[in-house]
Design a binder for this molecule. Structure first.
Ligand code: SAH
Length: 224
């Protein structure tokens, strides 16, 4: 007989391996194609990134509330943005704006050398830190601050990912992109925004307008 703890750890029930496999199958059918990204999503326990009361929905392909008016991103969007970041090859340093639950952070940490993650709500970031420590993901450093400013002291970055919608592309993030570096960011001030991929080329920036997306807004300034 398994004890309650064992069951929780192996995620029997709503978070069972079968439920998780179904999510991966669905992401594949929706067009995600990077096998490494799908494998990392498969093995990352998303139910640990939401409140226990929502754990049974953790492997649905949907955003879920994480408190403070914020949401954990939809798995498809996490996969899509990660694929866009990685599609030109492996990345060394990646800056993430909007740690939130830390789920996207955890996915990235398994695919790139180092992740630098900025969040304006300290309690969310503290919880994210604990989760990553629990999962023994040690190649991440966190900063409580304003994502509009990026994290200049530790840049430039080969990849930058923003998980909240900006009214316009923050200049600081463009400045902190290394040559060849890629920025994936939802841009727009309405309910629906455009996902952009911006690449720092030898002679300036190229800008690719991709999917219509729905993110919470990138707000101003840090908050306790
Ligand atoms: N990737 C996260 C998404 C969280 S939602 C996850 O999957 O859990 C977006 C996050 O961006 C929120 O946590 C919000 O607090 C944060 N955010 C909003 N504006 C910000 C800003 N200016 N600087 C840093 N973080 C910001």
């Amino acid at each position: 007989m398994r004890g309650q703890d064992d069951m929780q750890r192996s995620g029997i029930g709503m978070t069972s391996q079968r439920t998780r496999e179904r999510l991966i199958q669905r992401l594949y059918e929706e067009g995600l194609s990077n096998a490494r990204v799908l494998e990392v999503i498969r093995r990352t326990p998303r139910h640990l990134f939401v409140d226990e009361a929502l754990a049974h929905r953790a492997y649905e392909d949907t955003a879920l509330p994480i408190g403070h008016n914020q949401t954990i991103s939809q798995p498809y969007m996490v996969g899509r943005m990660t694929e866009l970041l990685l599609s030109a090859g492996p990345l060394d340093k990646v800056l993430e704006i909007g740690t939130g639950s830390g789920y996207q952070t955890a996915v990235l940490a398994q695919l790139v050398e180092r992740v630098f993650s900025v969040e304006r709500i300290q309690v969310l970031q503290d919880r994210a830190k604990e989760r990553l420590a629990e999962l023994k993901l040690r190649n991440v450093v966190f900063r409580w601050g304003d994502g509009w400013e990026g994290w200049n002291a530790l840049g430039p970055y080969n990849g930058i990912i923003v998980t909240a919608a900006a009214a316009q592309v923050p200049q600081a993030l463009l400045d902190q992109l290394a040559p060849g570096g890629r920025l994936v960011i939802p841009v727009g001030s309405g309910d629906v925004q455009q996902l952009l991929l911006i690449i720092r080329e030898a002679d300036g920036f190229s800008r690719h307008v991709l999917d219509a997306v729905r993110f919470v807004p990138l707000l101003n300034g840090p908050l306790a």
